[in-house]
Design a protein around this ligand. Structure first.
Ligand SMILES: Nc1ncnc2c1ncn2[C@@H]1O[C@H](COP(=O)(O)OP(=O)(O)OP(=O)(O)O)[C@@H](O)[C@H]1O
Length: 306
């Protein structure tokens, strides 16, 4: 049995089509990433899977149940961590956890083995009110609370948005650790580099899934030669110049460099270098590079827009 099965799922808010008929499966014990920019529909999808929102049409199965009908069962067997901190700010760490444990008919002690790696990091502050915790500590408390009843699936909605790079790394180590407890994890993120940490990813944009695969296959699915181009000085001038190059197919900023594809097949490193040098650019560096998930994502979005 798949942990999640979704077929042709649609959901609108008035005129806004948040989900435009999406289908995918999540296998048991997988770390499945929903990767996409703001407004892609990730939160809407996770809330439907967690039985907190009703879809307009399509079918959904979560651990073999329909979230629409079997919401009580589903809520007892899944963990959900919303993007926005939603525990009780005026209760302490311990009181929050005890509250959630009681709601699920369990105790902190019974779940200690599962949550200890996370909980131990905040346990010394047990009596501190949740409202007075740092962002990273709130996140650990929310995750401990989401796990308190040993869920079969954990839904994490943008757990690392707005989190500093060190805490992001730490959080992903925790997620990987949960894997050993046979918990299926569905995690949404706008950060493309987090795709590589998932077993499989769905690339989402504007209510649609543009592709689903392992991060490695996604990165390798780029079907053109990709160039990284760098010059001394302004990338903006470089972008303008490359947009005027007659054989330019796509060009977009990528960190310190620009990533470029040409309409033609073949290696045009020398021609591009000449063109930029003739246009008064200095220290021109044109290299063929390996694509990553973000390159593929941008390419899929551009194709869809055409
Ligand atoms: N309650 C609502 N009423 C109206 N429109 C909504 C509502 N919730 C979401 N939307 C719209 O639906 C679309 C999908 O939003 P959703 O929150 O699911 O995306 P997301 O990928 O989670 O992005 P974000 O990171 O911004 O939450 C967006 O266009 C959003 O503006």
């Amino acid at each position: 049995m798949n942990a999640v099965e979704v077929k042709n799922l649609k959901k609108s808010y008035g005129d806004v089509e948040a989900l435009k008929g999406i289908s995918f499966d999540v296998k048991e014990n997988e770390i499945f990433g929903l990767i996409g920019p703001d407004g892609a529909g990730k939160t809407t999808l996770i809330r439907i899977l967690a039985s907190l929102l009703i879809a307009d049409s399509g079918t959904v199965s979560v651990i073999g149940k329909d979230p629409d009908k079997d919401y009580a069962y589903i809520r007892n067997h899944i963990g959900y961590m919303p993007g926005k901190f939603s525990l009780y700010e005026d209760l302490s760490i311990k009181e929050n956890l005890e509250f959630f444990a009681t709601m699920f008919g369990t105790t902190i002690a019974k779940s200690y083995d599962l949550i200890k790696d996370i909980y131990q990091q905040i346990e010394p502050f047990n009596d501190r009110k949740a409202g007075a915790l740092s962002g990273g500590m709130k996140q650990k408390l929310a995750l401990s609370a989401a796990l308190i009843h040993y869920p079969k699936i954990l839904f994490l909605d943008e757990p690392t948005t707005g989190v500093d790079p060190v805490s992001r790394k730490e959080f992903w180590q925790i997620i990987k650790g949960l894997h050993q407890h046979n918990i299926t994890i569905v995690v949404s993120t706008p950060y493309m580099d987090e795709a590589d940490l998932c077993d499989r990813v769905a690339l989402m944009d504007n209510g649609k899934i543009l592709g689903i695969d392992t991060p490695q296959n996604v990165a390798e699915s780029f079907d053109k030669i990709l160039y990284a181009i760098e010059v001394k000085g302004s990338n903006y001038q470089l972008l303008k110049a490359l947009r005027k190059f007659p054989n330019m197919e796509s060009v977009f900023p990528f960190g310190e460099k620009l990533h470029y594809t040409d309409k033609r097949e073949g290696d045009y490193t020398t021609e591009l270098t000449h063109y930029l040098t003739e246009n008064q650019f200095e220290e021109v560096d044109v290299k063929i590079i390996k694509s990553n998930t973000e390159d593929v994502f941008i390419r899929l979005m551009n194709k869809k827009d055409k």
